[in-house]
Design a protein around this ligand. Structure first.
Ligand SMILES: NC(=O)C1=CN([C@@H]2O[C@H](COP(=O)(O)OP(=O)(O)OC[C@H]3O[C@@H](n4cnc5c(N)ncnc54)[C@H](OP(=O)(O)O)[C@@H]3O)[C@@H](O)[C@H]2O)C=CC1
Ligand SMILES: CC(C)(CO)C(=O)C(=O)O
Length: 332
């Protein structure tokens, strides 16, 4: 992609009009980009009629966007894929007409991404992560060289179709799967910055990916098992013991895969506790009877551990318990 093609207005595609998708769409639209949102059902109707209303630290943004099916929206310069990890392949299939040969694809889901081993440069370079792309559908739908890795530090929640609230500063870290810088990386970060979202380029995206995975994996499944909020998960001695054990296990896996995980365990736990009575996104999904992102946040990490025969007894047990808790109740 050439820098010239990043002259505003950019064609910014957002596939998946949930909390993250609507936040990004509203911010890009307010910054004057040409925003196209792939949505469906009641959300599509709401976006067409009222656009998106975002309340964030900058105030209220009321944004008009092009909303529709992918055929009518067409190829984009940047295409953000904003579904839960387990829905990504179906979303990518639906969004296929928004993907041209020069489109830069930026997936937002938490957890281990399907592109993890693409240009990773280690012993497992090119390998597929079975837990997140079991049949290779994602790799087949999205040319890997068009992907920029992303780690999203935005906290957002839907208030209704097309209505979203976010109460924290917006930060998105981006990185080339093969490492280093690139013109498209700088341009994508600049576009985010111009939209009021800090776009932070990373030379080694997997290092920070493991930091986010540590946060999600030590809190999300445990919150489903216990019903606890972050202050309790990182504050109650019995739960903190479990968190510490999981952190040790994750650190070994991250290091074995060559990541430099810079987490001070004491500081990490203090920060988690200081977040207060926050219900994790997985606990919220659980309470609403929705599928959980356990494959990307949990099982993919166990898969990466197995590649080096690293035992993860505590992490495995917590994931198994969360899976159990998420099963539909057995009929009496
Ligand atoms: N929310 C947050 O604060 C954060 C979220 N993340 C991560 O970002 C990702 C997205 O999260 P979030 O925005 O909260 O999720 P949401 O559930 O709010 O949004 C997902 C959206 O994707 C849509 N979608 C799914 N499949 C399709 C499809 N095939 N075609 C069209 N639309 C589809 C859903 O539509 P429908 O409603 O019709 O099913 C929904 O609008 C997750 O992996 C999450 O972990 C990361 C950091 C923070
Ligand atoms: C709040 C936090 C950081 C907890 O892991 C999160 O990302 C989530 O709830 O999914």
């Amino acid at each position: 992609m050439t820098l010239a093609s990043f002259l505003p207005p950019l064609r910014v595609g957002i596939a998946g009009a949930g909390a993250i998708g609507c936040t990004l769409a509203a911010r890009f639209a307010a910054a004057g980009q040409r925003v196209s949102v792939l949505a469906r059902g009641a959300t599509l109707g709401a976006l067409r009629e009222h656009g998106i209303t975002l309340d964030d630290l900058g105030g209220r943004v009321e944004a008009r966007v092009h909303a529709g099916g992918a055929d009518e929206l067409g190829p984009q310069d940047l295409l953000f894929l904003c579904s839960k990890s387990q829905d990504l392949a179906a979303l990518a299939a639906a969004a296929r007409p928004m993907l041209g040969p020069d489109t830069v694809v930026i997936p937002t889901p938490n957890g281990v991404p399907w592109w993890y081993f693409h240009r990773e440069g280690g012993r497992h370079d090119g390998r597929r992560v079975e837990a997140v792309d079991p049949d290779g559908r994602l790799a087949a739908l999205i040319p890997l060289d068009q992907v920029l890795g992303a780690i999203v530090f935005i906290t957002a929640e839907m208030l209704g179709p097309g209505r979203v609230r976010s109460t924290t500063p917006h930060l998105v870290m981006l990185g080339e799967p093969g490492g280093g810088g690139s013109e498209r990386l700088r341009a994508a970060c600049a576009a985010l910055d111009a939209a009021g979202i800090e776009g932070r380029p990373l030379d080694r995206i997997r290092d920070k990916l493991w930091t986010k995975i540590t946060a999600n994996l030590t809190s999300n499944p445990l919150s489903v098992v216990t019903g606890a909020t972050l202050d309790r998960i990182y504050g109650e001695p019995a739960l903190v013991e479990i968190v510490r054990a999981m952190m040790r296990e994750i650190a070994v896996v991250a290091a074995s895969h060559g990541a430099r995980l810079e987490i001070d365990p004491i500081e990490f736990i203090e920060l988690g506790r200081a977040m207060g009575a926050v219900r994790t996104s997985m606990l919220q999904d659980h309470e609403r009877g929705r599928p959980l992102e356990l494959a990307a946040i949990g099982e993919a990490v166990l898969e990466l551990a197995a590649l080096y025969a690293i035992p993860m007894p505590t992490t495995s047990a917590v994931i198994a318990l969360a899976r159990h808790a998420a099963r539909p109740a057995l009929a009496a």
